[in-house]
Design a protein around this ligand. Sequence first.
Ligand code: HEC
Length: 157
Amino acid sequence: MNKIAAIAVLCLISLPAAMWAASSASLPKSYHSWQKSVRKVVIDKSSLFYGIHYIYADKKAMNGYKAGNRFAEGSSIIIEQFNIKEGSGSPAEGSRNMVVLMRKDKRMKATGGWLFAGFGADGAPSGLDPVSICFGCHQKDSAQKDYVISTINDFNK
Ligand code: HEC
């Protein structure tokens, strides 16, 4: 095989892998059919989670919560966050303001074996750095719980 042909073959092999890596951080479309948590209202305006949010967990992630936060490869968890509608008596959901995703992926060594990804209200990647922004907090709060802060108690069993 000459050099050019060898390079062409290498490109064909590596291209699908590269595309997969890039697409792996897109938002799963079906998460509204996953197990949904109780409604979580945070009224402390200084909190990152000021607003109303729900956690969604797929089947593998639910098994992980049930096992006391020990998650199998591929487990996926999403938080969908809404603004609080101003002027209403009890806190009511306003518009969606962000979505965050964690998916267990052993290739993500710098972030505890989890893929962390943040998305804006429109579902497009928000570009927040998973290592310095996301993982720092999760490592501090839940290193003993496989970096997942919520627990089975956040779901109606
Ligand atoms: C200021 C600290 C902080 C930062 C920064 C942070 N998180 Fe979290 N995250 C939390 C807390 C606290 C919870 C638990 C919320 C609850 O129990 O309702 C949480 C929960 C989650 C969950 C649900 C699973 C779990 O661990 O309970 C996901 C998914 C998530 N965060 C993803 C992300 C992503 C992606 C980023 C970066 C874009 C990020 N987080 C940045 C504090 C943080």
